[in-house]
Design a protein around this ligand. Sequence first.
Ligand SMILES: *[C@@H]1O[C@H](CO)[C@@H](O)[C@H](O)[C@H]1NC(C)=O
Ligand SMILES: *[C@@H]1O[C@H](CO)[C@@H](O)[C@H](O)[C@H]1NC(C)=O
Ligand SMILES: *[C@@H]1O[C@H](CO)[C@@H](O)[C@H](O)[C@H]1NC(C)=O
Ligand SMILES: *[C@@H]1O[C@H](CO)[C@@H](O)[C@H](O)[C@H]1NC(C)=O
Ligand SMILES: *[C@@H]1O[C@H](CO)[C@@H](O)[C@H](O)[C@H]1NC(C)=O
Ligand SMILES: *[C@@H]1O[C@H](CO)[C@@H](O)[C@H](O)[C@H]1NC(C)=O
Ligand SMILES: *[C@@H]1O[C@H](CO)[C@@H](O)[C@H](O)[C@H]1NC(C)=O
Length: 447
Amino acid sequence: MAVQSTPVASSRYYTYAIGALLLLVPFLAMPVQAQADCVAKYDATVDYFPIQITVNDAALFSVRYEKNYKIVTNTAVNQTFVLTQCGTPAPNATSFANNTLFFEVPVKNVASLATTAVAFIELLGRRSTIKAVDTEGLVSSPCVQLGLTDGTITGLEDKNMTLRAEQFKSVDLVFSSMTPGDADIRNKTVLTSEVADPGPLNRAEWLEFYSSFFNLEAPAQVMTATINNNYNCFKAAANKETKPTIAWASYDAPSVYNNNTASWKLDGAAYKRILSVDAGATFFNGTSTHIFLTAAAFADAVKDVDVLIDETFVGDDIAAFYKNYDLTATSTHKFIQQKAIFREDGIINPNDGRDWFSGAIAMGDAVLQDVVRAVHPEVLPSNVPYNWLRNIAKSETKKLQTAADCVNTPTPKRAIVCSAMKGSDGSKTAAGALTGVLALLAVALSL
Ligand SMILES: *[C@@H]1O[C@H](CO)[C@@H](O)[C@H](O)[C@H]1NC(C)=O
Ligand SMILES: *[C@@H]1O[C@H](CO)[C@@H](O)[C@H](O)[C@H]1NC(C)=O
Ligand SMILES: *[C@@H]1O[C@H](CO)[C@@H](O)[C@H](O)[C@H]1NC(C)=O
Ligand SMILES: *[C@@H]1O[C@H](CO)[C@@H](O)[C@H](O)[C@H]1NC(C)=O
Ligand SMILES: *[C@@H]1O[C@H](CO)[C@@H](O)[C@H](O)[C@H]1NC(C)=O
Ligand SMILES: *[C@@H]1O[C@H](CO)[C@@H](O)[C@H](O)[C@H]1NC(C)=O
Ligand SMILES: *[C@@H]1O[C@H](CO)[C@@H](O)[C@H](O)[C@H]1NC(C)=O
């Protein structure tokens, strides 16, 4: 079978593959017809959700199962969703808080007001349920871009509110990261908080939150377990004694939004701190302050930083970088001399819609791989491809994703298989590691 023929076998790889197989076993045994579709004849004694999510990393949602319905709560906004197996009776609403929303699952038609949800739904293989998206110009997914072009997916109208209301009528559920302005859809809007969940693996585990709406708990758990294992392997590999210093910075140009006052900032977001530390770096977001009102003050603060992530939205090459921060190629900063200046726009759509705000949220392992590549490149195969973080000091280019790139297969895996890259001979290549991914996929498909 596939595992034996793989050229990248190592004991860690086997553990990894066998772990995935074990996770799939209950999936094979479960009454698939009950989960994938409506129940024809309800039986109060049947447990309709034998495969249940256990929330391990995410801090902002919970799930509880009853025989024929599940109670999913977004704890960041204190809202509960009661998801009843289609074809079975919903529980009495009087038993729940008065802002509880009730849905039948699996849901068939959804809209998304945020590009983030699109990535999670695609990973679950349920792109066909997406009927409408907002901020559609920023969607990075090639196949959703294609759907928007061929009309199978609608871009939500922004001006004609009558038409917009009509567009929402065709969907059973709307995913949104904030309370929608449209009052008439609030009673079918599921608020999601993956972006607020404070850690890369927390964010990735929201795949399980989404999966509960599609009765896809089993594959979602396999995917998050795979991401977690891969993430932890990168973390172990990058745990070196030398800890280069990394900072995530941005320049805010003078504008009507900031009283015409320029500023330079270092970000302290929890997930960036965790990614930095897990990539074997020292995280730096300032000593006494993280906001600087002159470029000189900023330059002084970051004088010992080895790797800089430039998060400035506008200005996408090294010349723009020097201009925004009032630095030059001869500045003595280590990140300049060592050519370690990265931006998050490695994967974009034709409108500069960034996959960093979409796919990257669901793929914690691939994001850590990018950060490791920035701070400890020696840990990874020398030809490892970058995803979102591209080095503008080395003129790495953006990868443009358009509708033409849509191949109707699952979302590509963006991480290499970490365990496969460090076999006993210590010289595995990225190509070898990618073969590992394909082997794993083959195992899953052969089941
Ligand atoms: C959610 O509810 C808990 C207790 O029921 C409360 O402490 C918390 O402040 C609430 N949070 C929000 C965002 O409403
Ligand atoms: C729901 O519960 C309320 C209060 O306990 C009760 O009055 C009502 O009849 C119940 N409805 C159903 C459909 O069971
Ligand atoms: C929901 O319940 C809260 C108190 O628990 C109350 O203040 C609020 O008015 C209720 N909302 C509706 C729509 O009934
Ligand atoms: C807005 O959309 C509605 C419904 O499609 C349509 O009847 C109406 O003419 C539109 N209004 C404008 C100003 O285009
Ligand atoms: C949601 O609200 C609309 C009106 O705003 C109403 O027509 C619809 O029945 C409500 N749906 C549910 C599930 O309460
Ligand atoms: C905006 O800037 C002007 C001049 O620099 C200053 O007088 C004013 O107080 C500032 N306003 C705010 C809200 O910071
Ligand atoms: C760095 O970020 C943390 C939050 O992650 C914050 O508590 C701290 O004050 C920040 N440091 C500075 C110097 O602003």
